[in-house]
Design a protein around this ligand. Structure first.
Ligand SMILES: [Zn+2]
Length: 350
């Protein structure tokens, strides 16, 4: 029954995906719908897993781990098919030269980024249950898996392939100067291949590295590029603070886990689910609020360095390239372009 309802989520997701791609909507709306569908797909599987757990159907942790792998495989399979349908639509609308394989790799990487936190929580919960019961071997194994995955997420792998062209020396020198101002070392600026997928983006990575796509570099003037780099340098400086926030959250989680373990015998089976969900929700909200504030501060730093115009025109160009409407929020962290520009001008006035 568990496996059957698990499997049955896939045809539903595929039908909805087919409908989304066929609906002939503008690209931005299509991608937002597919994102919502991805959450629906993940949530339905997580919900079934949780229901099975509370009914005591899936207690052995190895079976739980198998369910996690099966759930991820189903989500990947569904979105491999759905993005296969979306490829010609997006290729036609944004006229990029990328092959179907490149496109699917990029899209499925984003699917994995959404899926991985659930994996960390799922593995962590299974490990907790095992350690609780004294099954230290499997518990340790699962906990190691959860920690390795969590570290991998924090380290943030490269989102696109690196190109062997270096960025101009004075851009790096200027980024390093801004880094010194914020007390962070900028070691390297990597140029990523954004041309094949028409991706205009920049990223702050681990180890003092900043990455910027060649497509963005080619679209911006020098001053606009510097404004974008200033924003990313500020993110580099924030990374350390964000890791500190993570560390504090994890110690709070561990503290409640110990209290929970002491009360274990007296609490019902679903108690652990309430605890895990409350903890996950609290952590997500805290991190999200921090990251929203960081975006704000990074924009303010760029404005303090180069004024409002270069960042504003860079953000407008990026929104045009990605066909984002100025009034819709592009992600949970970034506000809509119109709101963001309003804030930039506010910073410039102060
Ligand atoms: Zn940012």
């Amino acid at each position: 029954m568990f496996w059957l309802s698990f499997l049955l989520t896939s045809p539903v997701v595929l039908v909805l995906g087919w409908w989304c791609v066929r609906a002939d909507a503008p690209l931005g709306r299509l991608l937002r719908r597919l994102k919502r569908l991805l959450w629906l797909s993940i949530a339905s599987k997580a919900g079934i897993g949780v229901a099975a757990y509370t009914m005591g159907k899936v207690v052995p942790s190895l079976l739980g781990a198998t369910a996690l792998i099966a759930g991820a495989a189903l989500v990947f399979g569904e979105f491999r098919v759905i993005f296969g349908w979306a490829y010609p639509v997006e290729k036609a609308q944004r006229s990029f030269p990328a092959s179907r394989g490149d496109y699917l790799r990029m899209r499925l990487r984003l699917v994995w980024e959404s899926l991985a936190p659930f994996w960390v929580v799922g593995l962590g919960a299974l490990a907790f249950g095992d350690l609780q019961r004294g099954a230290y071997h499997t518990g340790g194994l699962l906990a190691t898996g959860a920690i390795a995955l969590g570290v991998g997420l924090i380290r943030r792998p490269l989102p696109l392939p690196v190109r062997s062209v270096p960025v101009e020396a004075h851009l790096l020198a200027e980024a390093q100067r801004m880094g010194r101002e914020l007390g962070v070392t900028v070691r390297e600026i990597l140029v990523l291949d954004g041309t094949r997928l028409r991706t205009a983006n920049a990223f702050a990575l681990s180890g003092g590295r900043i990455a910027i796509t060649d497509y963005l570099l080619a679209s911006l003037t020098e001053l606009e590029t510097l404004a974008v780099l200033a924003h990313e340098v500020a993110h580099l400086a924030q990374r350390r603070r964000l890791i500190g926030v993570w560390a504090r959250l994890l110690s709070v989680g561990l503290g409640t886990a110990i209290v929970y373990a002491l009360l274990w015998e007296r609490l019902p089976l679903w108690g652990v689910l309430v605890w895990v969900s409350a903890l996950a929700a609290g952590m997500t909200q805290t991190i999200l609020r921090h990251r929203q504030r960081h975006e704000h501060e990074a924009d303010a730093f760029a404005v303090s360095q180069f004024g409002v115009e270069p960042l504003e025109s860079a953000l407008r160009k990026i929104a045009t390239i990605h066909q984002r409407s100025p009034h819709t929020q592009s992600s949970a962290v970034h506000p809509a372009l119109a709101t963001r520009l309003q804030r930039l001008r506010h910073h410039a006035r102060n």
